[in-house]
Unconditional design. Structure first.
Length: 467
């Protein structure tokens, strides 16, 4: 194979491709260039950023022998908030961070806690929060326009608060969002902006950095207080993750996690799990309401399996069509649109065609991957949950669908999110017939650290035969 130079959009002197990036929506810019340059191109940003947009190339960088997650600049900024929590710590030596044992310890302790048995324990708490949402929708009545992003964020945030550290944010009982949620949104927004600015530009935004640090302190004060309380007065019967994190001993090191690391992980779960889950649910409802035949299939599935009963854990694996709607939504609208890995050594891609270096950042562009016509066919733009049914998905080439990231560093909360989303969707379909508040609404997207629908509202009518 002959080596070919990787194309680059024309850079600006001194600033490289920084002026090409819109800090308020990096994924859109990344896709804009993918439309022009195709399967691979690079941008001169803080590092040389090589963007990949086909299954074939992305499959290659999913090989954990040759590529690994090295905490990129976007995540280094978020570390001011989440420290050595799982998302933002290094499991191997990288260019900036050295291997952190705390990642391994927390990973070993938490993988089982997020596994099937751990999730079983958390089901009642998930149902508790979903029931609060359904009740609120019911009481607001059929003329009330539900702000989907707002309410699903309340749902996801309250659910993680309760399941991870036994704390009730009670977002469904107040109109104002909890100060913690507001502080988190502000910190994430500012961290994202900082990551996409030059060092010089960041120096000019010093007052903003002051505000960011102040918010971070307030958030940690709350979490530290709860963690310390549990440590001094343990609650052996609590079913949340906090007990596992504080009191389990890691078999390899013989140690427990430090209080500081536990707090960092609690904050990490709140950050990593609330917007992603909320965005997926909003996107899914948008897709369902735009596709009445899919909506009716989903509702029929709930009628057949749940009927008038209270939803129970053993019903969830039978709700396969709802699960497929969620997976198809994650294909079309991945809330984390970009994930990056680094080559461990200088190497090449596509059998020697493209040369890449150790310091390069390989960006997996989910939009490109999830629309690769070689994998998903010519109808890749269409919402078709059937793609994920009857073993069709399993027959696709490896690494064709990556909304939850890759390998060892893939999402630890995937099962948690799936259980919560299927349960919540089933409860809504059982009780209500939702429709779009504005029948002419077409999807608009906004971006913070995740992407989510903008201005999407639903109305719900109680189904006649339900008690
Ligand atoms: C990692 C997506 C829900 C906790 C990730 C990554 C992705 C992702 C793409 C990899 C990021 C990277 O490589 O840099 C999602 C999506 C979700 C979701 C699409 C919902 C639909 C959750 C939930 C939690 C969670 C509910 C916690 C309760 C985490 C953590 C990591 C992670 C801790 C870091 C894992 C590690 O590196 O050890 N997630 N996530 N996520 N996610 Fe999720």
């Amino acid at each position: 194979v002959q080596e070919v130079p990787i194309p680059q959009p024309p850079p600006t002197m001194l600033l490289g491709n920084f002026p090409d990036m819109d800090p308020s929506f990096p994924a859109r810019e990344i896709q804009r260039f993918a439309d022009i340059y195709g399967e691979i191109y690079f941008l001169e940003l803080a590092s040389r950023t090589v963007v990949l947009s086909t299954q074939e190339l992305i499959n290659e960088v999913c090989d954990q022998e040759r590529f690994h997650k090295d905490i990129p600049r976007t995540l280094l900024e978020a570390r001011a908030l989440t420290g050595d929590g799982l998302f933002t710590s290094a499991h191997e030596d990288g260019l900036v961070l050295k291997r952190e044992e705390n990642w391994w310890k927390a990973h070993r302790l938490l993988v089982p806690a997020f596994g099937p048995l751990g999730l079983r324990k958390m089901f009642d708490d998930m149902l508790d929060i979903s029931a609060q949402m359904v009740l609120r929708w019911d009481r607001m009545g059929e003329h009330h326009a539900i702000d989907c992003s707002g309410d699903f964020t309340r749902l996801a945030f309250d659910t993680i608060g309760l399941c991870s550290f036994g704390y009730r944010f009670n977002e469904f009982y107040t109109d104002e969002v909890h100060p913690f949620a507001k502080q988190m949104a502000d910190v994430l927004k500012m961290s994202g902006q900082r990551a996409n600015r030059t060092v010089l530009e960041n120096m000019l935004h010093r007052w903003e950095e002051h505000e960011r640090q102040d918010n971070i302190k307030k958030m940690h004060d709350l979490v530290n207080q709860i963690v310390a309380e549990r440590k001094t007065s343990p609650k052996p019967d609590a079913k949340d993750l906090l007990n596992t994190m504080l009191f389990s001993v890691d078999r390899d090191s013989g140690e427990t996690l430090s209080e500081q690391n536990v707090a960092n992980n609690v904050v990490t779960f709140l950050v990593a799990g609330h917007e992603t889950t909320s965005a997926t649910l909003s996107f899914m409802w948008y897709n369902l309401l735009k596709h009445p035949e899919a909506f009716h299939k989903a509702q029929k599935e709930v009628d057949d399996i749940v009927g008038d009963q209270v939803l129970s854990l053993d019903m969830l694996p039978k709700l396969t069509y709802i699960d497929a709607c969620i997976k198809e939504t994650l294909r079309l609208n991945s809330p984390i649109p970009l994930v990056s890995v680094n080559p461990k050594e200088d190497t090449s891609l596509a059998g020697g065609k493209y040369r890449v270096k150790k310091g390069d950042v390989m960006t997996i562009n989910n939009k490109g991957l999830h629309h690769d016509p070689m994998v998903w066919g010519q109808d890749h733009n269409e919402f078709k949950p059937e793609r994920f049914l009857d073993g069709k998905f399993q027959a696709l080439p490896p690494n064709s669908w990556k909304p939850f990231g890759n390998g060892l560093r893939a999402c630890i909360g995937r099962g948690f999110a799936e259980q919560e989303m299927v349960a919540n969707t089933a409860m809504i379909l059982q009780r209500f017939s939702p429709e779009m508040a504005d029948l002419g609404y077409d999807l608009m997207i906004k971006s913070t650290l995740t992407i989510k629908p903008d201005g999407f509202f639903m109305k719900v009518r109680r189904r006649p035969h339900k008690s």
